[in-house]
Design a protein around this ligand. Structure first.
Ligand code: RB5
Length: 142
């Protein structure tokens, strides 16, 4: 699985932890920035990750800003993207099973960082359940 990960300055420290975590698992990933805590604008990184997933250059994307809200809104503007803002383990599992979310958003200033790593693990390994959920995600597309 190929993963692209991006953040603004508010998500930078959590993004670094996620990268260290997924490196240990030998997962194939690309860091789309930002690359420091200098203030940047989250739409740029939300869009960059979302477009790469939408274009099928990557299988999944992870985006992080301070709250996760702005960057998830930006990612969801890209066609074919189902970006889920998740701060708990149950939602991480259910958004894969029910929504086939292809981008995960988190708030680096909101979620406990150890919990965030657990969220990443569950979100990456959980499969889409299909069935009635397929009809529903198809209905989201315009
Ligand atoms: C940046 O200060 C902050 O607004 C951003 O990281 C995010 O929380 C926006 O939704």
């Amino acid at each position: 699985m190929k993963i692209i990960i991006g953040s603004d300055h508010g998500g930078f420290s959590l993004k670094k932890k996620i990268i260290d975590h997924i490196k240990k698992q030998n997962l194939d990933f690309f860091d789309a920035g930002c690359y420091s805590t200098e203030s940047v604008d989250y739409p740029e990184y939300g869009k960059k990750v979302a477009v790469a997933v939408s274009d099928q250059q990557y299988d999944r994307g992870i985006v992080v800003c301070g709250t996760g809200i702005g960057i998830s809104i930006a990612a969801n503007k890209v066609k074919g993207i189902r970006c889920a803002l998740v701060h708990d383990i149950t939602s991480a599992k259910l958004t894969r099973e029910h929504n086939d979310s292809n981008v995960l958003a988190m708030g680096g200033r909101i979620v406990d960082h150890d919990t965030a790593l657990e969220i990443v693990d569950i979100w990456l390994k959980t499969e889409f359940a299909g069935g009635r959920h397929l009809r529903r995600i198809q209905a989201i597309e315009n």
